[in-house]
Design a protein around this ligand. Structure first.
Ligand code: SAH
Length: 225
């Protein structure tokens, strides 16, 4: 068999099988994910294409995995939970994502909202994520190589913003770029002490909800080639 053929088969069977995926969905449901649309999108999105081939057999475990450059693909539960929180009050048109990483959360979001604007500081990760989304024919995403602390002011405001790295404090630029009624889902803290927060732009000021302890890689400063 040609090496390519073997490669394709490897990606289609075993631990990436439909049954393995179903088990993940069942688990997310049991852990409290109740948005059927979110569960359906996770069910049909091939997470094994977002990790290195050597890790593909673990792609449907509910765990973060390394993606190179000291970064990780987020845990499926966290992807589901954050997506659900964003969508809790109804459908969203424009969503900005900070921390594209592998592009997995991007791919999930792109199937749940109208348009996704995704910012990443590491160029090589962004390039790979772009390729994967094209491969999956997910076309409603635009990418920016830049510093997530600054958001993407030129295209603001956004109805939703999701940050997939932990910030030492809530970036002011992201608050500024939220539309009225807009929702920001962001882990805040450092080291072992991190809380997932939901911040909503109200008519007057912002409301904040603390949703519990989480574990993310840090939101760093500045773009990187
Ligand atoms: N959602 C991604 C998570 C990747 S980990 C996934 O599931 O694959 C967090 C990502 O945030 C990393 O890719 C990291 O490079 C990126 N990041 C960290 N600080 C950033 C910043 N200031 N601006 C943009 N991206 C940042």
């Amino acid at each position: 068999m040609a090496p390519e053929q073997h490669h394709m088969l490897h990606r289609g069977i075993g631990m990436t099988s439909q049954r393995t995926r179903e088990r993940l969905i069942q688990r997310l449901y049991e852990e409290g994910i109740s948005n059927a649309k979110v569960l359906e999108v996770i069910r049909r999105t091939p997470r094994h294409l977002f990790v290195d081939e050597a890790l593909a057999h673990r792609a449907y475990e509910d765990t973060a995995l390394p993606i190179g450059n000291n970064q990780t693909i987020s845990q499926p539960y966290m992807v589901a939970r954050m997506s659900e929180l964003l969508l809790e009050a109804g459908p969203l048109d424009k969503v900005m994502e900070i921390g594209t990483g592998s592009g997995y959360q991007t791919a999930i979001l792109s199937q749940l909202v109208e348009r996704v604007f995704s910012v990443e500081r590491i160029k090589v990760l962004q390039d790979r994520a772009k390729e994967r989304l094209v491969e999956l024919n997910l076309r409603n995403v635009v990418f920016r190589w830049g510093d997530g602390w600054e958001g993407w002011p030129a295209l603001a405001p956004y109805n939703g913003i999701i940050v997939t790295a932990v910030a030492t404090e809530v970036p002011q630029a992201l608050l500024d770029q939220l539309a009225p009624g807009g929702r920001l889902v962001i882990p805040v803290g450092s080291g072992e002490v991190q809380q997932l927060m939901l911040i909503i732009r109200e008519e007057q000021g912002f409301s904040r909800r603390v949703l519990g302890s989480v574990r993310f890689v840090p939101l760093l400063n500045g773009p990187l080639a």
